[in-house]
Design a protein around this ligand. Structure first.
Ligand code: 13P
Ligand code: ZN
Length: 270
């Protein structure tokens, strides 16, 4: 059996775990990870650079960065079976407007169609976290999607409803979640709308489509997605049982924030 560098193995593990969660039917969802210099040196002997291709967006903060990406139309459940066909490594040009494939994406495969959204999110997060965030995961999270049909598409209301579903939620996503109204996926318009929300949040929900999470590591980003989706699952159950009869109150959230030394978004505590 072929062996891969630890960074590729970690990426594969997350695609498998996310598939097993039920978030990635067919080719649903996509994952991108910005490699460290050490990780690049671990895999650069595999690189065979292809031609430069226009991104359609400018990502000033990502010049010369190298990413692991899932392929467009490729299935998360197949990444482990054939990494070279279903994922790849890409490099961003020195001008931040082009990319080229360095490894993988065999037989003419392309990076995910959501590359503009992923890279614009990475571009924002690179600035707001001083380069600490490296991961963007987009998943077709069943319960979050279901809630976008019944909750108002409003950041504060959505956040508060999710926070109330599990005491740890406000600690895991203290800024809350942002909501993008329904838009055509795969383009620059939805990429701009999502990256605007990423200035404020680590979680952006696409109405009637899925969720984007940003994080420092693959595990933390997966964990964030899992926490948001679990809260959504509890809310779906609560609504199915006739709705809340009691809940966690705003004053209690404030005490929780103090105890865990996190600043909760005050807009969600009104
Ligand atoms: P890709 O197969 O191009 O990654 O698209 C899947 C998806 O989830 C689109 O939003
Ligand atoms: Zn999608």
């Amino acid at each position: 059996m072929k062996t891969y560098a630890p960074c590729i193995n970690e990426f594969i593990r997350i695609t498998k775990d996310a598939y097993l969660k039920g978030w990635h039917e067919r080719n649903g969802g996509n994952l991108t990870y910005r490699l460290t210099n050490n990780e690049i040196s671990e895999i650069e002997e595999l690189f065979e650079a292809k031609e430069w291709i226009d991104l359609g967006v400018i990502v000033e903060n990502l010049k010369n960065e190298v990413f692991l990406v899932t392929g467009s139309g490729k299935f998360f459940r197949c990444v482990e079976l054939s990494p070279e066909e279903n994922m790849g490594a890409i490099e961003i040009s020195a001008c931040g407007t082009k990319y080229r494939v360095l490894w993988g994406l065999a037989n003419g495969a392309k990076p995910t169609s959501e590359l503009p959204s992923h890279l614009m999110n990475h571009n924002i997060k690179f600035g707001t976290t001083n380069g600490v965030h490296r991961v963007i995961l987009h998943s077709h999270t069943t319960n979050v999607i279901a809630l976008t049909f019944v909750l108002p598409l409003n950041d504060e209301i959505f956040t508060r409803e999710l926070w109330e579903m599990a005491t740890e939620c406000p600690v895991v996503f203290p800024a809350g979640v942002g909501i993008v109204p329904w838009m055509v996926p795969g383009g620059n318009e939805i990429a701009i709308a999502t990256s605007e929300l990423m200035k404020k949040y680590d979680v952006a929900i696409w109405a009637h489509h899925g969720t984007f999470c940003s994080g420092e590591t693959l595990d933390l980003t997966f964990g964030l997605m899992d926490t948001v989706e679990k809260a959504a699952e509890i809310l779906v159950k609560v609504l199915s049982m006739g709705g809340k009869k009691q809940t966690i109150l705003a004053e209690e959230f404030k005490v929780l924030g103090e105890a865990f030394k996190v600043t909760l978004n005050p807009e969600c505590l009104k």
